[in-house]
Write a protein that binds this ligand. Structure first.
Ligand code: HEM
Length: 529
């Protein structure tokens, strides 16, 4: 049902990772701009101006954090490693839990300890609850009209309220459970057709989660008519969002869009926007029919008001929120499921314990439902341990102080890009016993949760900007994972190696896709239809 565009989609999907060195400079070297005489001259003039301005405005004797020495103009840009999370963890060993990088004309600050994370995300939460919006993010979100990129203030509060307290609340999510369940059932049927053959698990999970989200957004019928094109565009957008962009490191050059990132996004946007418009117009023309999905819900809020008369929800907000669901909700949840499956297969004792728990709670004569999840405490621990070792946003979404602030005794200039290396904190041997071992049992203690109150463990972030989709992520990940291991045993094809290494990207992913063979576990053939 959703298999046709896989090869092209997957190749896009594989390219998501940020290759800071090669992408940036290959792009610059191969792009048409270098062959365009006029633009080269303009660029040269601007680079010279940039050097002059840099020298002129170079920060004077501030107590900035320590950090590696950099080159003039580029700062540390050229020495960044594509696997940024591990590279930054290595630098923290040398420079300490707070250090500075010069990223072109931007100051980057990297925090790598619970104490530093607390100072930024709790003690100075309001100041750091802002974003340094990348050019691609702005272009993709209708000029920053969504939750992720809107600055901290009344508009962001209104969008958060709509999203977290209303659209993504447990109550609303429970009311659209059928839409999620239907997609998971379809994937089970697909897997049953593949029994005995290798299946690209990540690919199937990605497509299922994307369909789950699209179903919740506007229901099944319209989704079918969108076809493969929409999914390809989503892949393209995520890739562009993760691409290192000269415009972000040298804002003075942003208007030239030297790598053509914004140009590509502007080429995609009319299609996406057209789709959103079509969905909205179709909905306006349906009279009297009660639909139970996010689009209906958002349109109602737009027409009837959110209760906040000063900051109304506009149609642009509605579209930007739909975009957030698609971009923020797909890769994050599906990569978590893929890592969890790989870790369970690599640790058969863990897999066995999850299956035993499922048999005790659900049995062999019923299907897993979301209502079982609260009794599946070991499965919940598997999700937590997966997000400890593989937090899919390893550096969170960078924060940005709205005013110059002192953190850890150092000055963090207003407008810096602040990375919190949650990946490194989750593997810190002074916090975690045997940090590299996948052991879900450590999370059976109920003190651990996703609330971000404990700065030893916060895979969804913490404070005002904590993930808006935690409830949805928990429901999607846990129900889908439970179904996959309740209904099937999984083995690796002969000659293949099972590994769990990571590749850095805007969303962390498995370096090698998980390919595995499903075998049905339960005897009731009805469960597989
Ligand atoms: C396992 C799955 C997920 C993980 C690990 C995750 C993690 C995160 C993290 C770390 C942040 C940044 C927090 C910060 O800035 O400090 C974030 C932000 C966000 N996430 Fe998620 N996320 C997941 C799934 C989802 C889903 C399913 C949705 C919605 C459908 C979603 C929507 C958002 C939004 C809108 C933001 C921006 C919040 C803001 O800036 O106020 N996420 N997420």
């Amino acid at each position: 049902y959703i298999v046709q565009p896989i090869s092209s989609l997957k190749s896009q999907h594989n390219n998501f990772s940020m290759n800071l060195q090669s992408t940036l400079f290959q792009d610059l070297l191969t792009t048409q701009y270098w062959h365009n005489h006029t633009t080269t001259i303009v660029l040269a003039v601007f680079l010279v101006s940039a050097v002059t301005l840099y020298a002129w405005f170079k920060p004077k004797a501030q107590n900035l954090p320590p950090g590696p020495a950099g080159l003039p103009i580029f700062g540390n840009l050229l020495s960044l490693d594509p696997d940024l999370h591990t590279y930054l963890a290595g630098l923290a060993q040398i420079h300490g839990p707070i250090f500075k990088l010069q990223l072109g004309s931007k100051v980057g600050i990297v925090l790598t300890s619970p104490a530093m994370a607390r100072e930024v995300l709790k003690d100075n939460d309001t100041v750091f609850a802002n974003r340094d919006v990348p050019a691609a993010g702005r272009a993709l979100s209708y000029g920053g009209s969504d939750i992720v990129w809107t600055p901290y203030g009344a508009e962001w509060r209104m969008l958060r309220k709509v999203c977290v307290m209303k659209m993504l609340s447990h109550a609303t999510l429970n009311s659209v459970y059928d839409l999620r369940r239907k997609e998971v059932r379809k994937t089970v049927t697909y897997l049953q057709d593949q029994v005995g053959s290798p299946v690209n698990v990540g690919e199937q999970v990605f497509l299922t989660v994307l369909n789950v989200i699209m179903n919740m957004m506007w229901g099944e019928s319209e989704r079918e008519s969108l076809g493969a094109g929409f999914r390809e565009m989503v892949a393209q957008m995520t890739m562009l969002l993760g691409k290192p962009n000269v415009s972000d490191f040298f804002p003075g050059l942003a208007r030239f869009d030297l790598q053509g990132v914004e140009k590509q996004i502007h080429a995609l946007m009319p299609h996406l926007d057209g789709m959103f418009e079509d969905m909205i117009n179709q909905r306006k023309n349906i009279h009297g029919e009660e639909r139970n999905d996010f689009l209906q819900f958002l349109l109602k809020l737009k027409d009837e008001g959110t209760g906040d008369t000063n900051t109304p929800l506009t149609i642009t907000h509605v579209k930007a929120l739909l975009m957030d669901m698609v971009v923020g909700g797909t890769d994050t949840s599906s990569n978590t499921i893929e890592f969890a499956m790989a870790e369970m297969m690599k640790n058969p004792d863990v897999m066995k314990r999850v299956q035993e728990e499922l048999e005790a709670v659900v049995g062999k004569d019923s299907l897993v439902e979301e209502s079982h999840i609260h009794r599946l405490s070991y499965l919940q621990a598997v999700m937590k341990e997966t997000l400890r070792l593989h937090p899919v946003l390893p550096l969170l979404v960078p924060h940005c102080p709205s005013e110059t602030t002192v953190v850890g005794g150092y000055t963090i200039p207003k407008g810096s890009r602040v990375f919190v290396n949650v990946w490194a904190i989750h593997r810190d041997p002074s916090i975690w016993e045997k940090p590299l071992v996948f052991d879900p049992a450590r999370f059976l203690d109920t003190k651990w949760d996703f609330s971000g109150n404990d700065f030893n463990y916060f895979p969804f972030g913490s404070g005002r900007r904590i993930c808006a989709g935690i409830a949805m992520a928990e429901k999607t990940v846990l129900h889908f994972l439970a179904t996959l291991v309740h209904l099937f045993d999984w083995t690796i094809p002969q000659g293949e190696k099972l590994e769990v290494s990571e590749k850095f990207g805007i969303v962390l992913k498995k370096k090698m896709p998980l390919v595995a063979i499903p075998t049905p576990r339960l005897s009731n053939p009805g469960f597989y239809k």
